[in-house]
Design a protein around this ligand. Structure first.
Ligand SMILES: Nc1ncnc2c1ncn2[C@@H]1O[C@H](COP(=O)(O)OP(=O)(O)O)[C@@H](O)[C@H]1O
Ligand SMILES: [Mg+2]
Length: 306
């Protein structure tokens, strides 16, 4: 049914390209071919014996835009923090460009769910701080020019010398986005970056993000809970299930399915709804969220009701 809009691969929790191979081989020998970012067998437990998620494996090619979608609490932010090097997994490995990720680095730009700006610095200085860390040898004028370019990109030039307390939530979030782009990272990690924005601003920034990502062939991993946003932006959409208690015990969360988005890549927000296959794709993802994201519970419930 979904053939004309995308292939859906149920139960794909391991990247088949690395099946049977230990992660260190995957991270080294395969780097030039596939898997610019490789995640191998990741699990995270805050409570012993009850991992939030387990056996999470996937890979991103260079220039790919991948979204992960799932209910609150399934572990999306935890995965992103591990990719950012800000948190460690209980087991598993993350490789970027053939090197294991063990700490934060400027080759990865992160936009957090809340803006995470330094409140005592202006917009200009918040971004300059990151730019100077990335290119310590740059003269002041070059830093300034670079900062101004990326502030203009998110439409904030008039506010460049304001402090975060003088900006709206949406403006602060745009500063965070400009800062992540300004360090020109090999990989962008975005945690629901538009969640706090009003619908109008959200649409504008989605368009901006899409234009820049396509121009620069930026590799992006993004968390969202907005199905349309995922369909608009992502080449592939990972559907994540929540860890679930049921009669048979506990099933950790994980990547339940990988949906390949084959709608034309030059799709636009305004035209999305008119594309053939759009509604089937959308319904498929919504159905997952409604009926399958807590599959263990549902099985249990239906089993309990004769
Ligand atoms: N530092 C922590 N200590 C204990 N539990 C945590 C911690 N961080 C996250 N969790 C738990 O792990 C689960 C996944 O959290 P999170 O990754 O933020 O989910 P998501 O981003 O999908 O909403 C949640 O149940 C959350 O309560
Ligand atoms: Mg989160």
């Amino acid at each position: 049914m979904l053939n004309d809009i995308g292939s859906v691969i149920p139960g794909l929790t391991r990247d088949p390209r690395s099946a049977g191979e230990p992660p260190w081989i995957a991270g080294q020998a395969r780097n030039d071919r596939v898997g610019f970012l490789k995640i191998e067998g990741l699990s995270k437990s805050f409570v012993p014996g009850k991992p939030v998620f387990a056996d999470v494996s996937f890979a991103l090619d260079k220039g790919e835009f991948v979204c992960i979608i799932g209910h609150s609490g399934c572990g999306k932010t935890t995965i992103l923090n591990v990719l950012a090097g800000l948190d460690t997994a209980s087991s598993g490995h993350v490789f970027m460009d053939g090197r294991e990720v063990t700490e934060p680095g400027l080759e990865r730009g992160v936009v957090f769910q809340s803006h995470a700006l330094m409140p005592w610095l202006t917009v200009r200085k918040n971004i300059a701080f990151a730019v100077e860390s990335r290119w310590p040898d740059w003269p002041r004028a070059q830093v300034n020019e670079h900062v101004e370019r990326f502030v203009a990109m998110v439409g904030l030039s008039p506010a460049i010398d304001k402090k975060p307390s003088q900006l709206s939530g949406g403006m602060k979030q745009r500063v965070g986005i400009a800062r992540a782009f300004a360090i020109q990272p090999k990989m962008l990690l975005l945690d629901e970056p538009f969640g706090a924005l009003d619908a109008l601003t959200r649409g504008t920034i989605q368009d901006e993000l899409m234009a820049i990502v396509r121009q620069t062939r930026q590799t992006v991993f993004m968390i969202t809970h907005d199905v349309d946003e995922a369909i608009l932006l992502a080449d592939r959409i990972l559907l994540m299930s929540n860890g679930t208690e049921h009669a048979g015990g506990y099933t950790p969360g994980g990547i339940a399915e990988v949906v390949v988005n084959t709608l034309a890549r030059d799709r636009t927000r305004a035209g999305l709804h008119h594309l053939p296959g759009y509604y089937e794709l959308r319904n498929h993802i919504v159905d997952f969220l409604v009926t399958r994201a807590h599959a263990g519970t549902l099985k249990n419930l239906s089993g309990a009701t004769p």
